[in-house]
Design a protein around this ligand. Structure first.
Ligand SMILES: NC(=[NH2+])NCCC[C@H](N)C(=O)O
Ligand SMILES: O=C(O)CCC(=O)C(=O)O
Ligand SMILES: [Fe+2]
Length: 342
């Protein structure tokens, strides 16, 4: 994997920058922080900026990892029981700021109105009520490999995970498109609009938050849930592969693709690709401080099952969605600068 470990002096520069930023802004969702973020990111050490620039432009691998950020285990406090329980100011503000600074070297961070109350930084934590579900807050089920938000026309270019703690060494899984034998695949069929992908359960109303909203926002959110319902009822057929035939971009989430209803060459092509991805999938144990940026066009990812503790010491990751073209989603956002996609 494309990887960088920060040196002691780089960590020092990062911590001074975070000291300034956390003095000036009290939340990563402060509109002024979001406005200043790309400028502040230019104050990260040059080696870090070069690293992300190379990952973005050269596409050397399906994922990259920046390690070395020192997470203060006492400072961040216990793992929350639910993403709804957000303290302000966040006990993880410096970690969130570091994560967003790195992310903004790849594009613009955005959130979904229909996921985790529209927050820009998600908590990936086991939630007891979700124990057996196929969502990030589950634990007992394997999370099948997928493209993040594959069903959505505004899906991110990158999905990123920052590890705060992972005491049981639970494995994230990643398969990079570079390691798939494309010459053995039925490219014609996979490049054609033969498939549909339904919304995954993290966007369904049953996982809706409980924030109190003004009338205007409540109406927009209802409309957003209606669009998700429409995408579920009438999914549009689309290709799995796009871009260059020798080094294709991927978009699929077989768990939500009603595979049993596909037949003929389209089914064979998907089965063959799935087998190749299974054979390519690699485990990745994220350690505290690790920030993994997954290219959502060049890799799929998932997570192995685990037994949750529910005692404040559980695995705790933060997650970001990043887009290279925020303008694509302008019809679904309230203003040019806001980052929540309805
Ligand atoms: N095959 C899947 N499980 N796809 C959905 C992935 C989980 C979803 N992104 C979540 O936040 O919970
Ligand atoms: O928990 C993980 O390692 C990744 C889970 C996942 O697919 C996600 O959060 O998008
Ligand atoms: Fe995911």
């Amino acid at each position: 994997m494309h990887e960088l470990t920060m040196s002691g002096s780089e960590i020092g520069i990062v911590q001074r920058l975070l000291g300034d930023l956390s003095g000036a802004y009290h939340s990563v969702e402060d509109p002024e922080f979001l406005r200043d973020l790309p400028v502040a990111a230019q104050e990260l050490p040059r080696r870090i900026r070069m690293f992300f620039n190379d990952f973005r432009l050269s596409e050397p691998d399906g994922a990259c990892l920046i390690a070395g950020y020192p997470v203060d285990q006492d400072g961040i406090g216990p793992t929350p029981r639910h993403w709804k329980n957000q303290d302000t100011p966040s006990p993880t503000l410096p970690e969130e700021m570091f994560f967003m600074l790195c992310g903004s070297l790849l594009g613009d961070v955005f959130g979904w109105a229909t996921q985790q109350d529209g927050h820009l930084v998600h908590d990936v934590i086991p939630i007891k009520e979700h124990e057996r579900e196929q969502i990030a807050s589950g634990s007992q089920q394997l999370i099948w490999w997928h493209t993040e938000d594959a069903f959505h026309p505004f899906k991110g270019d990158y999905v990123a995970l920052m590890c705060l703690r992972n005491p049981d060494r639970v494995e994230t899984t990643v398969a990079s498109a570079e390691r798939i034998p494309w010459d053995e695949q039925d490219l014609d069929t996979l490049f054609e609009a033969n498939y549909y992908i339904r919304p995954d359960e993290s966007h369904l109303p049953k996982n809706r938050g409980s924030e109190r909203l003004d009338d205007g926002t409540a109406r927009l959110l209802d409309a957003a849930y209606q669009r998700i319902a429409d995408m579920n009822a009438n999914p549009r057929k689309r290709p799995i592969l796009s871009g260059d035939r020798e080094s294709p971009y991927l978009c699929l989430d077989p768990y939500f693709m009603d595979i049993d209803q596909i037949d003929g060459p389209a089914r064979q092509a998907l089965d063959r690709l799935s087998k190749a991805i299974d054979a390519t999938l690699e485990p990745l144990v994220l350690e505290p401080g690790d920030c993994c940026f997954i290219d959502n066009y060049k890799a799929v990812h998932g997570r192995n099952p685990f037994k949750a503790r529910y005692d404040g010491t559980d695995r705790w990751l933060k997650r970001l969605n990043i887009t290279r073209n925020l303008r694509d989603s302008r019809p679904a956002r309230r203003s040019s600068a806001t980052r929540v996609v309805f």
